[in-house]
Design a protein around this ligand. Structure first.
Ligand code: C2E
Ligand code: CA
Ligand code: CA
Length: 699
C-alpha cells in the first residue's frame, strides 16, 4: 500500500493542497462575525477553494503515477466529483467554522469534512473509468478517512485556538493549520489511490477525452490562479474592513473631542474623573480637579473678533496640555478648562499646579502681530475631602467663582460655605415653582407722577412674592433665580396676562390706568414674546396704548439688531417701550436714536446723589436734555426727598416715581385711592384717567 501511495504524493500536489487549505481558512474567518448574505458568499468561496485544492492535488498526484496504460478524464464526471467535494466542504465548514470555539462543533465539522474528502477521492477514482474496474472501498478508505479526520480535526481546532487565544500569531497559526489540512488531503488521497490498485487495471475509458497530463497542466494553472484570486479577495476585504474600522474609531474619538482645541470634551472627561476617583477609593488616595475660567476673554473676542478668540482658546489649550504632562486636560465649554491630577496629589501639589497654570495663561497670545492678554481664575477641589464625584465639577465651579469675584488671576480651594447659597437657591427655586402654580405671586403697582402737575399718570407693575415661611421675598432675589433656572418664561407669561387682566378690571371700574411692566433679557429672547403680549391684550380687550414695556439699558444695548427687531414688533402692536435704569449701561447715541422707544428712566443711583453730588446733577440734567433732543419722555425713579423732587422738576423731568409720592401698593389699594380718595392726599389722579379711552389723550 505504501509503495502504491508514495508516488502520488508530489511536491506540486502538496503546494496545491496547502494553498487551498490556507485560502479556505482565510475566507472562512469572515463567517464568524456575521451570518448574512455576504457570509454565504465567503462560505461558498471557502468551499470552492477547498474542493479545487482537493481535486487538483489528486489530479496532479495521479498524473505522477507510473501506470502501464494511458489515463484520461471525463469532463462531466470530473466536475461532478469537484461539486461533491465542494458541497461536503461547505456543509462541514458551516458547522465547524462559524463560532467554532466549541470543540464539539470542531469535531463534528472535521468528521464531515473528512467524509466529504474521502467520498470525493473515491468518486475521483471511480470517475477515471478504469477497466476491468476497481474492487470497491477497502480498509485503505477507512484508513484514509481516519487520517483525514485526524488532520482536519487538528487543523480546524488549532486554527480556532490561535484565533481566540493568540490572535497575534494568527498568520503562523493559519499556516500550521493549513499544513495539517494539506497533509490530511495528500495522505488520504495517497491511501485511496494506493488502495484502489491502479496497477492492476488495463485501461481508462476516458483516455481520449482529456488526457491525464493535459488535465494536470490545466488544473495546476487554473487552480493556482483561482486560489490566488480568492486569497487576494480575502486580503482586500481584510484591508477594507480594517480601514472601515479605523474610520469608525476616528469618528468616535472625534465625537468625544472638542473640535476647536482637540481636547477631550466634558462627556468623556466625566468618565475619566469617575475612573480616577474609583482608583483613589481603592488606594485611599486623592484626586485634584482644577477648573480654569479665563478672565478677560470676552473683551478679546469683542475687540479682536471671534476667529482670534478661537486662536486664543487653542493657544491656551496647548499651554495647559504641555503643563499638565501626565495629568489630563479637557475643555468644559466656552472659555473653561478642566485639569485633573489623578495620582494622589497633595494640596501643595494642586496649588503648585494652579500657580503654574496662572503663570502660563497670563503670557500674551500673539495674534496677527497684536498681543491679546487673558488671565485665569481657578477653582480647586480635592477628592474625597471636598465632596462626592457628582458634585466635583459644581464645587470646582463655586470655588472658581470666588476666585473670579476676588478680582481674578488667582486660584481658590473649595470650601463648604461656597455652596450654602446654592442650596438655598435650589430650595427657593422649588418654592417659586409652587408659588407660580398656586398663585402665591402678586403684582404691586407704584404710581408714576406727572411732574408739572403732580398728578398720577400711570403705574409700574412690580412682582411680589409672599413666601409662606420667609415672608415677602424681593424680586431682586427671585427674578435672577427664575432667569438662571429657566423659570422666567412662565413667570413673565403670568405677568403679562395678569397686568392685562388688571388693566381690564380697573378699566371696568372706570379707571383708565397706564401700566409699565419689566421685561428681562430672557423674556426678550423668547421667540413668542410679542405673540404673548398681543394675545393677552386681545384676551382682556385692552388698548395696547395702556401698556409700556420697561427694558434695562444694558439689555437693550446688548444685542443691537435683535433688540431693534423685537422693539419694532412690540411698537407695531401699539405698546410703548421705556429704557429702564438709564445711565448705568453703555448706550450708543446713534443706536439709541434707532430704537423705537418713547421713554428713558434715569437710574435711581443718580437721583439718590442729586442733592449732594454735582456730578449726579450734571448726569441727570444731561440725560433729561438728551431725552428731550431725542423727543423722549424722561422719568426719574427712586425720588425720596423734596430736594430731589425740586431739582428734577427744575431740570424739566416729565415724570417722577419714588417713595416720596407712593410706595408700590396692591391693585386694590391703588383702586381705593383713586376711587374713594383713600391714600396720600397731596396727589390726585389725572382726570383723563377716568375718561373714556382715546388714544390721543394717552400722554
Ligand atoms: P426696577 O425696575 O428698577 O424697579 C424699581 C425698584 O425700585 C422697585 O423695587 C421699587 O420698589 C424700588 N423703588 C421705587 N421707588 C423707590 C424709592 O424711592 N426708593 C427706593 N429705595 N426704592 C424705590 P423692587 O420692586 O424691589 O424691584 C426691584 C427690581 O426687580 C426691579 O427694578 C426690576 O428690575 C425687578 N422686577 C420687579 N418686578 C419685576 C417683574 O415683574 N419682571 C421683571 N423682569 N423684573 C422685575
Ligand atoms: Ca422698572
Ligand atoms: Ca429701574
Amino acid at each position: 500500500m505504501t509503495e502504491a501511495f508514495a508516488p502520488s504524493v508530489t511536491a506540486l500536489g502538496c503546494v496545491l493542497a496547502f494553498l487551498a487549505a490556507f485560502a479556505m481558512l482565510d475566507l472562512v474567518k469572515r463567517l464568524e462575525s456575521r451570518m448574512d448574505g455576504s457570509a454565504f458568499g465567503w462560505l461558498a468561496g471557502a468551499s470552492v477553494a477547498f474542493a479545487t485544492g482537493l481535486w487538483s492535488a489528486q489530479v496532479v498526484g495521479t498524473d505522477k503515477l507510473d501506470l502501464p496504460y494511458a489515463l484520461g478524464y471525463h469532463p462531466g464526471l470530473s466536475v461532478g466529483v469537484w461539486l461533491v467535494a465542494a458541497m461536503f466542504s461547505s456543509l462541514s465548514l458551516a458547522v465547524a467554522c462559524r463560532r467554532a470555539t466549541a470543540a464539539g462543533r470542531c469535531l463534528v465539522g472535521a468528521g464531515m469534512l473528512a467524509t466529504g474528502m474521502v467520498v470525493a477521492e473515491v468518486l475521483f477514482v471511480e470517475a477515471l473509468g478504469l477497466r476491468p474496474g476497481i474492487t470497491g472501498p477497502g480498509p485503505a478508505v477507512a484508513a484514509a478517512w481516519m487520517v483525514a479526520g485526524l488532520g482536519c480535526g487538528c487543523g480546524l481546532w488549532l486554527h480556532t485556538e490561535v484565533r481566540t487565544r493568540a490572535p497575534r500569531h494568527l498568520m503562523a497559526g493559519q499556516a500550521l493549520s493549513a499544513l495539517l489540512l494539506a497533509s490530511a488531503i495528500v495522505v488520504s488521497q495517497g491511501l485511496v489511490l494506493g488502495g484502489a490498485g491502479l496497477d492492476a487495471q488495463t485501461s481508462s475509458a476516458w483516455r481520449d477525452r482529456v488526457p491525464a497530463d493535459s488535465m494536470a497542466v490545466l488544473v495546476t494553472v487554473g487552480s493556482i490562479a483561482l486560489l490566488s484570486m480568492l486569497l487576494l479577495l480575502s486580503k482586500l476585504e481584510t484591508r477594507w474592513r480594517d480601514s472601515l474600522q479605523r474610520a469608525k474609531g476616528e469618528l468616535q474619538t472625534q465625537s468625544l473631542r472638542d473640535p476647536l482645541t482637540e481636547l477631550p470634551n466634558r462627556q468623556i472627561f466625566e468618565g475619566t474623573i469617575a475612573q480616577a476617583t474609583l482608583r483613589a477609593d481603592v488606594s485611599q488616595g486623592r484626586v485634584a480637579l482644577l477648573l480654569v475660567n479665563l478672565d478677560g476673554f470676552k473683551p478679546v473676542n469683542e475687540s479682536f473678533g471671534h476667529r482670534a478668540g478661537d486662536r486664543v482658546l487653542r493657544e491656551i489649550a496647548a499651554r495647559l496640555r504641555s503643563l499638565a504632562q501626565t495629568h489630563m486636560v479637557a475643555r468644559l465649554g466656552g472659555d473653561e478648562f478642566l485639569l485633573l491630577m489623578p495620582d494622589n496629589p497633595s494640596v501643595e501639589d494642586a496649588s503648585g499646579m494652579a500657580a503654574r497654570v496662572l503663570a502660563s495663561t497670563c503670557l500674551p497670545c500673539r495674534i496677527d502681530g497684536r498681543e491679546a492678554i487673558v488671565t485665569g481664575s481657578i477653582g480647586i477641589v480635592m477628592y474625597p475631602q471636598h465632596g462626592a464625584l457628582s458634585t466635583l465639577i459644581a464645587h470646582a465651579d463655586a470655588a472658581m467663582r470666588v476666585a473670579k469675584g476676588s478680582g481674578g488671576a488667582t486660584y481658590c480651594f473649595f470650601e463648604a460655605r461656597m455652596v450654602s447659597g446654592l442650596r438655598e437657591q435650589t430650595e427657593l427655586l422649588r418654592d417659586l415653582r409652587r408659588a407660580l402654580a398656586q398663585g402665591e405671586l402678586e403684582l404691586y403697582y407704584q404710581p408714576k407722577i406727572h411732574a408739572p402737575t403732580g398728578e398720577i399718570t400711570g403705574a409700574e407693575a412690580l412682582m411680589r412674592w409672599q413666601h409662606p415661611k420667609l415672608g415677602m421675598v424681593s424680586p431682586t432675589l427671585f427674578i435672577p433665580i427664575a432667569e438662571r433656572y429657566g423659570l422666567i418664561g412662565s413667570l413673565g407669561n403670568w405677568l403679562i396676562d395678569e397686568v392685562c387682566r388688571q388693566i381690564r378690571v380697573w378699566r371696568d371700574g372706570g379707571l383708565r390706568m397706564r401700566v409699565a411692566i419689566n421685561l428681562s433679557v430672557h423674556q426678550l429672547r423668547q421667540p413668542d414674546l410679542v405673540e404673548r403680549v398681543g394675545s393677552a391684550l386681545r384676551t382682556h380687550d385692552v388698548n395696547p396704548g395702556l401698556l409700556t414695556c420697561e427694558i434695562t439699558e444694558s439689555v437693550a444695548m446688548e444685542d443691537a439688531e435683535g433688540t431693534i427687531a423685537i422693539f419694532k414688533r412690540l411698537t407695531d402692536l401699539g405698546v410703548s417701550i421705556s429704557i429702564d435704569d438709564f445711565g448705568t449701561g453703555h448706550s450708543s447715541l446713534s443706536y439709541l436714536r434707532k430704537l423705537p422707544t418713547s421713554e428713558l428712566k434715569i437710574d435711581r443711583s443718580f437721583v439718590l446723589d442729586l442733592e449732594t453730588s454735582e456730578d449726579a446733577r450734571k448726569v441727570a440734567s444731561a440725560v433729561i436734555n438728551l431725552a428731550k433732543s431725542l423727543d423722549l419722555k424722561v422719568v426719574a425713579e427712586g425720588v425720596e426727598t423734596e430736594g430731589q423732587n425740586k431739582i428734577l422738576r427744575e431740570f424739566g423731568c416729565d415724570q417722577l416715581q419714588g417713595f416720596l409720592f407712593a410706595k408700590p401698593m396692591s391693585a386694590k389699594a391703588l383702586a381705593l385711592w383713586a376711587m374713594d380718595d383713600v391714600g396720600p392726599r397731596t396727589m390726585s389722579f389725572r382726570s383723563s384717567l377716568f375718561k373714556e379711552t382715546c388714544a390721543a389723550e394717552l400722554v
